[in-house]
Design a protein around this ligand. Structure first.
Ligand SMILES: C[S@@+](CC[C@H](N)C(=O)[O-])C[C@H]1O[C@@H](n2cnc3c(N)ncnc32)[C@H](O)[C@@H]1O
Length: 330
């Protein structure tokens, strides 16, 4: 049986210890899992109870299935000496497999070889679950999935397939073309972990200090070169010798960068949720978790809003509280 929370990795076959994240990671995973449960329950009888949609889950940055953390053990309450134990927690893949009613198909994409092999082991241990593992770059693999049947056969969301896609990268790995692709399906709800802290750090105060490579990455993320004008202002002055000089300075705060990202994404998707802020001690907000939908159906958007309201109600305050002991990474 697949378990969530603390579980025995031996039951899911091979395992490469994958260490990432902090307390906010649990908030993120709980929030997405809550939505997945909402999604499969609500859509189990849509568009009609006799012919419901075929539901897919696509985990584009799937990891290994689990996450290793160090947990403090013992202490006064347990009447044992204080120690540390390495514990395996369920990652997004195992959470998705645990959702009830279940997804019909689950696609796990992972670039790292060892983690990919762990995903294959999970698939092999669960042959009846409709799992497909794809190795490689998430942006390229998503293009392949949506340009092949059944997705290539349904246009503008008119068809029998619906999906949730989770974009959970370490950093700025999600290309604008990928968001556009997902929006154009009009049939996929997207949970996108926007790396707010990383983006803010790349957007150096002085534009000259953002090197060409980083500028290209920011172009690919925002889907436009306009961020240079939108987020920076040219200031003119004089140097020590009264020669005119100009500097291009960032004029926006981290909160305004988040709002800028939200507005940019809103050019592709009809619905962009309020972000669920994920916080780390001493670093403030490090990620913004958005739910996105470009469904043409007002009824569908209404349902998504309801699911997201549940997420924000249950995990908004929790994210602030539980992230208090966080360290680093997604
Ligand atoms: C934050 S971890 C994902 C964690 C996972 N969602 C979980 O809960 O266990 C990000 C994963 O994406 C993988 N990755 C990073 N860049 C990638 C890319 N361009 N394509 C596919 N996988 C990538 C990394 O190897 C890593 O396993």
């Amino acid at each position: 049986m697949l378990l969530t929370g603390r579980f025995d990795m031996a039951k899911t076959a091979t395992h490469q210890g994958h260490r990432f994240g902090g307390a906010w990671t649990e908030v993120k995973l709980d929030a997405v899992k809550y939505y997945l449960g909402f999604f499969t329950k609500v859509l189990a009888s849509q568009p009609s109870p006799t012919r419901p949609f075929e539901l897919w889950y696509i985990d584009a940055f799937a990891g290994s299935g689990s996450r290793q953390i160090e947990m403090v053990t013992g202490g006064l309450l347990e009447n044992e000496p204080v120690g540390e134990e390495t514990v395996d927690m369920a990652g997004s893949v195992l959470h998705a497999l645990d959702v009830s009613p279940p997804f019909r198909r689950l696609v796990f994409i992972e670039g790292h070889g060892g983690r990919f092999r762990s995903l294959e082991a999970i698939r092999n241990a669960n042959p009846s679950r409709g799992i497909e593992c794809k190795q490689g770059d998430a942006n390229a693999r998503l293009q392949e999935i949506f340009s092949s049947p059944p997705w290539s056969k349904q246009s503008q969301g008119r068809g029998s397939h619906r999906a949730v896609c989770f974009l959970d990268p370490y950093g700025m790995s999600v290309d604008w073309g990928t968001l556009k692709l997902l929006a154009e399906t009009r049939a996929v709800d997207v949970w996108y972990l926007f790396p707010l802290d990383a983006v803010t750090r790349q957007l150096a105060t002085n534009l000259d200090r953002v090197d060409v490579h980083k500028q290209k990455r920011l172009d690919a993320m925002f889907g436009t070169p306009d961020w240079r004008e939108d987020l920076y202002k040219v200031e003119t002055g004089a140097d020590l010798f009264a020669e005119p000089i100009s500097t291009t300075t960032r004029t926006v705060t981290k909160a305004q960068i988040e709002e800028y990202a939200r507005q940019r994404i809103g050019t592709l998707f009809r619905y962009v949720s309020e972000p669920l802020p994920l916080l780390a001690e001493g670093r403030g907000q490090i990620f913004s978790l958005f739910c996105l939908s470009n469904s043409a159906s007002d009824k569908a958007i209404g349902l998504i809003r309801k699911g997201v309201a549940g997420v924000l109600k249950n995990y908004g305050p929790a994210s602030r509280h539980r992230s208090a002991r966080a360290r680093s990474g997604p």
